[in-house]
Design a protein around this ligand. Structure first.
Ligand SMILES: CC(C)(COP(=O)(O)OP(=O)(O)OC[C@H]1O[C@@H](n2cnc3c(N)ncnc32)[C@H](O)[C@@H]1OP(=O)(O)O)[C@@H](O)C(=O)NCCC(=O)NCCS
Length: 223
């Protein structure tokens, strides 16, 4: 089996930053608009480890350090010869917020020192305010503090439709179910078919940056 799931380690996070930037090109273009990048040392941001990659990596790493677990799927099919020499390539990841844990990155997208000048500060502030309030509305009647919450699921575009997202989601749902917990998340239009195929149901819908987002829940009793 060339794809394997394992817990993320600290050394993975820069790669996770690169994957999330590539997986969300629409949000990426809005959060890090060209006009804010003009006049910086890398106006075209062609470097893979630009402000956005480092900002995304730092956010996920600080959440991880404060108790939000992350899992990666690695492809170990590359290379040839001695199987013990095969290099693993991280192709996707999921990060979860466990029941009872509050998101440490509440207002304004994280601690001020993490906010690069090339990030649209008003937009991230708006996002950090709107997302929880829309989720709260959609999840009325649920004890969300006692549920698992999917912070992010992203698969490198060159490895999508190979079952990576399915592995990561199944793993999270199975873990939650084993603990008798429910799961909720906000889905992009791209993610929605995957969640529906795992028995999740929609509890709300809202527009964010011109795109529909769907609040969805996995509740054993409803599937
Ligand atoms: C959404 C995403 C995580 C799916 O990951 P993936 O590894 O490509 O998905 P899988 O290969 O595991 O597909 C699992 C199932 O989901 C469905 N699915 C996945 N992508 C789909 C698509 N683009 N259109 C329709 N169905 C899709 C299919 O039912 C698929 O089952 P199949 O094997 O019968 O085709 C991935 O496309 C991604 O990272 N997208 C960009 C970021 C994003 O939107 N993340 C979700 C945030 S909520």
């Amino acid at each position: 089996m060339p794809l394997q799931l394992r817990p993320a380690t600290e050394g993975d996070f820069l790669t996770l930053g690169r994957i999330s930037k590539r997986a969300f090109p629409h949000a990426s273009g809005l959060l890090f608009p060209t006009h804010l990048r003009q006049g910086t040392s890398s106006p075209t941001n062609i470097s893979d480890d630009d402000d956005e990659v480092r900002w995304r990596a730092a956010r996920m790493l600080s959440r991880w350090k404060l108790g939000s677990p992350a899992y990666v799927v690695v492809d170990v099919s590359g290379g040839s010869g001695d199987p013990s020499n095969k290099e693993e390539v991280v192709v996707g990841f999921a990060q979860w917020q466990e029941p009872g844990v509050k998101d440490p990155l509440k207002a304004r997208g994280g601690a001020p020192h993490l906010l690069p000048a090339t990030l649209d500060q008003d937009l991230i502030a708006d996002l950090m305010e709107r997302l929880p309030s829309e989720e709260k509305k959609a999840m009325e009647g649920y004890e969300t503090a006692d549920m698992y919450y999917l912070l992010m699921l992203a698969v490198d575009p060159s490895h999508q439709r190979r079952g990576v997202g399915k592995m990561l989601l199944r793993h999270g749902i199975d873990q939650a179910t084993a603990e008798g917990k429910k799961v909720y998340l906000t889905a992009t239009p791209e993610g929605k078919p995957l969640y529906l195929s795992h028995g999740m149901k929609q509890t709300g819908e809202f527009d964010l940056f011109g795109i529909s987002n769907y609040v969805m829940v996995y509740d054993k009793e409803c599937s």
